[in-house]
Structure formats: C-alpha cells, structure tokens
Design a protein. Structure first.
Length: 170
C-alpha cells in the first residue's frame, strides 16, 4: 500500500462532488495511526476527504481524473524495494491530473550516485533517480523547494535514527 494524497481544492460543502473526487490514500498503519486519522477526519477541513486504500501499482480509483494536486510525502523511496512497477504508478498519477495539475513529492535524499540502492537500508532515494523516473511518465519539473533540506545532512545514515529525529540534524 502507498501513502499519497490526491485532493481537489474545488471540493467544498457548497458543491456536490462525488466522494471519489476527493480522496486521501493511506497505507497499512498500526491501529493508533488509524485512530489518529479517524480523529482528524472529524475536523471540518476534512469533511470531503474519503480514505481510499490502493496498491502503489494502481494508486488511483477507476474513473478518477482531473485532479488539481497529488502529494506523495516521504514514501516514494519505499516503492523502490517493494514489488512495485514505478513506471506504471507514475503514469497513473500523471493521467489522474488535469492539464496544469501538480504532483508534489517530498522524500529523504540519498547521496549522488546512490540511485535506489539505499532505499530500504537508509530510507532514502537519490534525487536524480526520482526525477528521472517521474519525468519518464510525462512530468516536468516546475519548481523545487529546499525548506525541508538540512544542508548538514551527509545523507549516509538511516533517517529514523534517534539522532536524526531528535536533533533534526539529518
């Protein structure tokens, strides 16, 4: 299962929009994570969000098209060590967006030249590899943000180690 979001800003209380047009895709998580999602789902801002569980290979429900935005946060690297056809997944994401729609991906960066070799061990992916895979599906880079980047991160350790999490140094 994957962790990606696809939302339509036009989904509002004033408009009648089918539930499948606004979706939040979550992957298998411990019961506590599901409970937290269920609590968040009660908030007014989440009133048009429907949890949809899908495989990475088939991330978008049939008939869902013309999405404004898809976000894929800190899980793309996972697809590299799972039995996922990333090219198929990326094409499906591309086809689900409307013309001018955006795919936003944030993930932990590996060192240059690492490719997907450290995806499982360090939970990182080389930026150039991710970009190449996404562009092969038809996407083009519109902008990059470095507001989450830590320049001091040597990108050579697992992202879940306590020193990385507690000090934000990696």
């Amino acid at each position: 299962m994957g962790a990606a979001e696809a939302i339509r800003p036009s989904c509002s209380r004033a408009r009648s929009v089918p539930a499948e047009r606004c979706m939040r895709k979550t992957h298998r998580r411990p019961p506590r994570a599901r409970e937290r999602f269920d609590e968040r789902a009660k908030m007014p801002a989440m009133r048009n969000v429907v949890r949809v569980l899908r495989d990475y290979d088939d991330p978008v429900p049939p008939g869902v098209r013309d999405l404004d935005l898809i976000t894929f946060f800190f899980a793309y690297h996972d697809t590299a060590f799972m039995s996922v056809d990333r090219a198929k997944m990326n094409r499906a994401l591309f086809e689900a967006l409307k013309t001018g729609g955006a795919l936003v991906i944030a993930d932990h960066s590996a060192q240059a030249g690492a490719g997907i070799s450290v995806a499982k061990s360090l939970h990182r992916i080389e930026e150039a590899t991710l970009r190449r895979e996404i562009e092969a599906a038809g996407f083009r880079l519109a902008a990059e943000g470095d507001f989450l980047r830590h320049r001091e991160d040597p990108r050579d350790s697992i992202v879940f180690r306590p020193k990385c999490r507690s000090t934000n140094s990696c």
